[in-house]
Design a protein around this ligand. Sequence first.
Ligand code: PMP
Length: 433
Amino acid sequence: SQSLVAYYRTQRQKRVKPTFEPRPIELRVDEVLKGVTGLIGNTPLIRINSLSDALGVEILGKAEFLNPGGSVKDRVALRMIEDAEHQRLLRPNTGSRIFEGTVGSTGISIATIARAKGYETTIIMPDDVAAEKVQALHALGAHVERVRPASIVDKKQYVNLARDYALKFGEENAELPADSAPHPSHPHTLRSFSSSVVVTTTALSDAGTTDSKELEEYLSKPRGFFADQFENRSNFDAHFHGTGPEIWRQTNGRLDAFVSGAGTGGTIAGVGQYLKSMQKDVIVALCDPDGSGLYNKVQHGVMYDRKESEGTKRRHQVDTVVEGIGINRLTKNVELALPIISEAFRITDEEAVAMSRYLVKHDGLFLGSSSACNLIACIKLVKKMGWKEGQRVATILCDSGTRHYSKFWNDEYLKSASISTNPDLVEELLASP
Ligand code: PMP
């Protein structure tokens, strides 16, 4: 068994970086793509006409809702799974199961790709997210568990449960070692990012053989893989090697700012870091919904305002009708974003709701809540910078309104949640000095 440990150590050291290249950046409408994963990424960038005309500044939205799984998260799910395959943590059609804790979009993306590649999926999610996300997951054949929203320090919090289940599955199916020996870490391996994956990786070295046939048999056993979007470097890489370069190419490198919310931080970190590496003057701006702590972290260096949050559930949960963005803890992907974020805007539920209705009315764009937040922040940034003509701001249109019928796009629900609606709010914002 010792020699096998050495074997994997050498293998991993040789593999400095994931060796496969990101997909080519091009709109491939004139060729046959290989299955559903061929549809992921390479999304168009569109000018939001109403806002651009009103501001004199071009507001550009990356149409991520066109991904086959319906959101920007397809990119991340694909990269996490392919990186794991590359590291031999997953092998198709072995009965292996991918576990993830998610408010929905990532789960749907993972389930979609898992179906295409031959994996099973278990998704743990809070029980207060829009019901249509659960329906989509069921339709995709995922096993879904809904749990009460809880603090990240709680063992029953959805991310913690997903990790736990993955490890248990691994123990039952792949004879995991009880403890995970430390391993020389490398910034580009999953190990340095995700402790639970470390255990699974170490399990390979415990196969106890160097015989290639036995090894093959070992690798063909079912495995549990915790995707771990919050801490997984593949999340950042999907955007650093995909979304970021695409935006750069689509704008011919003429871009003044990039605006994004953060759910895991992967988008703002990956796209932001790439754009900054190409042109250091690009402004990277964060939009943060009600109840999220990131705004305070950027503005004041602390995650949350003690006075505001003590004794309330805001300490660990993001209390907003906006789904997918906002976070109250520092994740690895958020940490990669913090050094490059120079502007931050707080967005209220009312503003997000008003923007979503405004976009349907004026642009025929039916979008989800995080896209609406992003576009409110674009206006706030333009106003703050005093930009009047010719500048360009890009943001992400993360998902479509169809994922949000039961809450964000449901006026009855908004009323019951005491979220006021003001149809003139966007016009007022646009007209403000
Ligand atoms: N919008 C939606 C709809 C999402 O599901 C997510 C991911 N949670 C985001 C935006 C934020 O992306 P990221 O995780 O990269 O910060």
